[in-house]
Design a protein around this ligand. Structure first.
Ligand code: ADP
Ligand code: ADP
Ligand code: MG
Length: 664
């Protein structure tokens, strides 16, 4: 076994690898860029070596620097994590040539599977079912249109070198095809430096299901079963689970056997993933093989009890796998939520900055009304850390395990409720909304789930009965606590609680043990709020409602509170019946009509404005391009219209919500 390994990665995956290395008694060396000096992984590693400036192209991607760091530290092997150099056969070969062990598969397997066209040919030869399509290279838009007619629309256009959801587009018609072909080719060239493009049938309403495989250098290969990753946004995974709710044992076995056959065809000797698209009828087709540890590997670890990083290290060191297929079983259910620094209320735009507050569900076992669940949180950041613009804006991977799927969903909902982030925008409310949806609970997933369920984007979901109870209880309790603190407690017991503007009558009394009883007037039931943990200024309100513990995010405003319970946010006021009556007569403040405006979604620089006053514009036409955080955001018309006014020009700096274009 190795005594020292080098980690050529950063963030949560570096932390993850260090944890296993420690457990195995292996010393760790972490290479890092400027931005990662002092990071959580940096603090945990036994040794650290600075390898360059923050941009990955000047640090994590420079092979010479990594090799130099290996030499300098005397490490015997390199774990590449995912992304960066993890699927680069040149790097794997180079290490081999220098006598350094690559903790991953052999370079031949990486090469054969690294390219979508080549890997599809391998898969077809190994007897794996592949998506019907054209395996050759497509030369021109005309050629593409011709091939697409043979395949039959809709057709997917894909970059052979693609990854991370980039270089993929659907075409529904000849026009789409001619346009999309050029677009994917151009995108592939900039993103991957390789503009080869191919076509395959677009499987309608599919699910993404993948098989985790594991091999050693002695010809043993096993399947660690399936994961389903159908909850995607723009072809990128957001929520994953294991096992897949779609599969029955027979399909699971078929997919596992095909994945093993493909792995065997390239002498696969590490952890890897064979990805499939599956129809709702459980038909399935090979997509690609990822020859690395996958982002969502924790859910597989949770249901199999196998430490995949440990197995990668053991097989790289030449050990024979200590278990066979028959020793592996699926135990319970696990779900992973990717928590990102992005603002779900603003079209999921990246929202980076300092993580001023980072409080998360405690790892380990918990109880819920429907049974026990276990929380795991893989994170590379601590409170006070900066979420940097240089890398993926992932904050953590929050996982919940339970004996059943329903238990895991409930566990995840609770773990999300126990997660509090401030300083950056984050997608926790969005993830909470999904956990709350009957469709998600029923397991009726599809890769179009997010588009189907949130067609107009995410704006929170209306408070349901449970959320309303939480809001009433929090608001009443905060009102009492504030009144007491002001030194002027009233002895009023009857209140009107307005949730947004909906009135709920509440009659409040204290139990002996400082719990509040809130009778809901006209509903003939009472809420019992105990174990109140809140003081003025605190952003979280914790308590136990009837028997269920909860946490809500609260903020005091001039005449009430803004309260978020799970995915619902409301303005809540506690008023005397008299004031409530006056309040009801106040006109509701009407939000400004922004439907005719195209506004800058964030601070940035105007790259171009594509329209002039008087011009007619059709839905989907580009009207402006804004550059922010090195990304170009294309602003499109959301409806047909005539331009009335243009509010900025190329080169102008703009703030969030600045008007770029106004329609008549
Ligand atoms: P997973 O299936 O593990 O989620 P992803 O495709 O989302 O895999 O990629 C995992 C990580 O690797 C992400 O950080 C992604 O940005 C990066 N990545 C994957 N493929 C490429 C590629 N071809 N070029 C650059 N980065 C990539
Ligand atoms: P990447 O390398 O970017 O991960 P994949 O080939 O794995 O690319 O595809 C990413 C996602 O795009 C899949 O998870 C699936 O949602 C969707 N997808 C890919 N190919 C097809 C197809 N032929 N039909 C339908 N959806 C597809
Ligand atoms: Mg993929």
């Amino acid at each position: 076994m190795f005594s020292k390994i080098l980690i050529a990665n950063r963030g949560e995956i570096a932390v993850r690898i260090i944890k296993t290395a420690r457990k195995m008694g292996i010393q760790t060396v972490l290479v890092h860029s400027d931005a990662d000096t002092g990071s959580k992984a940096w603090e945990m590693a036994d040794e650290t070596i600075h390898i360059g400036p923050s941009p990955a192209a000047q640090s994590y991607l420079i092979q010479d620097r990594i090799v130099e760091a290996v030499r300098q530290s005397g490490a015997e092997a390199v774990h590449p994590g995912f992304g960066f150099l993890s699927e680069n056969p040149v790097f794997a070969r180079r290490l081999e040539a220098e006598g350094i062990t690559f903790i991953g598969p052999n370079p031949y397997a990486i090469e054969a599977m690294g390219d979508k066209i080549t890997s599809k040919k391998f898969a077809a030869e190994a007897g794996v079912s592949t998506v019907p399509g054209y395996m050759g290279l497509i030369e021109s838009p005309d050629h593409a249109v011709h091939i697409a007619a043979e395949i039959g629309y809709p057709v997917m256009i894909k970059a052979s070198a693609g990854g991370g959801g980039k270089g993929i587009r659907v075409a529904h018609s000849e026009t789409d095809m001619a346009e999309g072909f050029a677009a994917v080719k151009a995108e592939a060239l900039t993103a991957f430096g390789d503009d080869r493009v191919f076509l395959e049938k677009f499987i309608v309403n599919p699910r993404h299901i993948e098989i985790q495989v594991l091999g050693d250098k002695h010809g043993n290969i096993v399947s660690l079963f399936d994961r389903e990753c159908s909850i995607q946004r723009r072809n990128q995974k957001v929520i994953e689970e294991a096992p897949s709710p779609l599969l029955d044992d027979a399909t699971r076995k078929l997919m596992g056997d095909q994945a093993i056959a493909l792995a065997r065809a390239v002498n696969y000797d590490s952890a890897g993933t064979v990805e499939f698209v599956a129809g709702q009828d459980r038909s399935f087709y090979f997509l690609e093989m990822n020859t690395r540890l996958q982002v969502e590997h924790p859910v597989t670890e949770l249901i199999t009890g196998v430490d995949l990083v440990e197995q990668m290290i053991r097989s790289a060191a030449g050990e024979t796998m200590a278990f066979g297929q028959d020793d592996l079983k699926i135990n319970g259910w696990a779900i992973e939520s990717r928590i990102y620094a992005e603002d779900p209320y603003r079209g999921f735009l990246p929202s980076i900055g300092r993580l001023v507050r980072y409080e998360t569900a405690e790892e380990g076992e918990h109880e819920s009304p429907i049974g026990p669940y276990t929380v795991r949180n893989d994170s590379g950041v601590r409170e006070g850390d900066e979420i940097s613009m240089f890398y993926d804006p992932m904050i953590s991977k929050l996982c919940a395990w339970a004996p059943t799927r329903a238990g895991a969903v409930e566990g995840m909902a609770r773990a999300l409720e126990d997660t509090h982030l401030q300083g950056v925008g984050h997608n926790v409310p969005f993830l909470a909304a999904v956990m709350d949806q009957d469709r998600f609970k029923s397991g009726a997933l599809s890769t179009s789930y997010i588009v189907d369920e949130f067609p107009d984007g995410f704006h929170g979901i209306p408070a349901g009965p449970l959320q309303k109870d939480v809001m009433v209880a929090c608001a009443v309790a905060m009102n009492e606590i504030l009144a007491e603190q002001s030194g002027d407690p009233s002895d009023r017991t009857d209140w009107i609680v307005l949730i947004d503007r909906l009135p709920i009558g509440a009659s409040v009394s204290y139990d002996d043990d400082e719990a509040l009883t809130i009778e809901l007037v006209g509903e003939d039931r009472a809420l019992r709020l105990s174990d109140i943990d809140w003081r003025p200024g605190q952003a979280q309100f914790r308590g136990v409602l009837d028997d269920a513990p909860f946490t809500a995010e609260v903020k005091r405003i001039a005449d009430g509170f803004d309260i978020r319970s799970r995915a619902s946010k409301s303005r809540v006021r506690v008023l005397s019946p008299h004031v409530a009556e006056l309040f009801a007569r106040l006109p509701e403040k009407v939000a400004a009509d922004t439907s005719k405006l195209i506004q800058s979604p964030m601070p940035g620089l105007v790259v171009s404005i594509a329209v002039t006053p008087g011009q007619s514009v059709k839905t989907g036409e580009t009207v402006a391009i804004i550059e922010a955080m090195k990304m170009q955001n294309i602003m499109k018309a959301e409806r047909d219209g005539v331009v009335k006014m243009v509010g900025a020009q190329a080169g102008d700096p703009v703030a969030a919500d600045d008007v770029l274009v106004e329609f008549e």
